[in-house]
Design a protein around this ligand. Structure first.
Ligand SMILES: C[S@@+](CC[C@H](N)C(=O)[O-])C[C@H]1O[C@@H](n2cnc3c(N)ncnc32)[C@H](O)[C@@H]1O
Length: 224
């Protein structure tokens, strides 16, 4: 990602601090009350065992605040220093890495499991496959990746798209709550194709009430 891309994320995190905007307060509430429960559910099923865990594109880390994996080293990685600063207030992570998800600063097979939410849709398909290959590289054989990936048809889009359209019309310039989302999931087949291109095995693809239909949850595994 370019410096301008990183600056866009720093600006985003400044703009949606809970204390500075209504959207920020609502987004924070959704992360803490809804998404964190969904993350904890999948983590209990697919991140059990030993070894370090990585949130790759952690943002504030609020969505991960209910993960119950005591005794495991937990790493938050993000490109944005603003996001990592906010993630420090979550009592979950043991280490914070400012790094690029497209070139993870981690050794081959060095993490037992990883997850993220709302990250992969920000990269075009070729870059997205490159990131999934990075996940395959750093995962230990048999390790799982849990990917909360917004679809075109998710509930948050249904709510945010009309507001974005109205605000764009009133300002006479495009308004978006998040930096560009260029690769939302179109279907399960779309997810399967990207996983196969990266050499990851599909374990499960869900779209459910558990996270209020905000994301498709793709669980993948590095083959043993
Ligand atoms: C929509 S946010 C994810 C929010 C997070 N799940 C949360 O609950 O706060 C996407 C995150 O991906 C990070 N990101 C974007 N491009 C990145 C890159 N190339 N390397 C690392 N992180 C990146 C952004 O800084 C941002 O924090």
């Amino acid at each position: 990602m370019s410096e301008s891309g990183r600056a866009a994320w720093d600006e985003h995190w400044d703009a949606i601090r809970p204390e500075s905007s209504l959207f920020g307060r609502i987004a924070s509430l959704v992360r803490v009350q809804v998404l964190s429960r969904a993350v904890a559910h999948y983590a209990s099923k697919y991140l059990a065992g030993d070894g370090p865990l990585l949130e790759a594109g952690s943002g504030t880390g609020q969505s991960s605040s209910r993960i119950g994996v005591p005794g495991r080293p937990r790493i938050a990685l993000d490109y944005s220093t603003r996001a990592l600063r906010q993630a420090r207030s979550i009592r979950l992570f043991d280490a914070f890495l400012q790094g690029d998800i497209t070139r993870l600063p981690l050794r081959d097979a060095s993490v037992a499991g990883l997850w993220n939410l709302g990250v992969l849709e920000h990269f075009d398909e070729a870059a997205g496959v490159g990131i999934l290959r990075e996940f395959r590289r750093v995962l230990a054989p048999g390790g799982h990746a849990i990917l909360f990936w917004p679809p075109d048809f998710g509930s948050s889009r249904m709510v945010l798209a009309p507001i974005e359209a109205l605000r764009s019309w009133r300002r006479k310039s495009p308004f978006r709550f998040f930096p560009d989302e260029v690769n939302r999931l179109a279907s399960r087949a779309h997810a399967r194709r990207l996983l196969a291109a990266a050499g990851l095995e599909e374990r499960r693809i869900d779209f459910s009430f558990r996270d209020l239909f905000i994301h498709v949850v793709v669980v993948a595994r590095r083959p043993s």
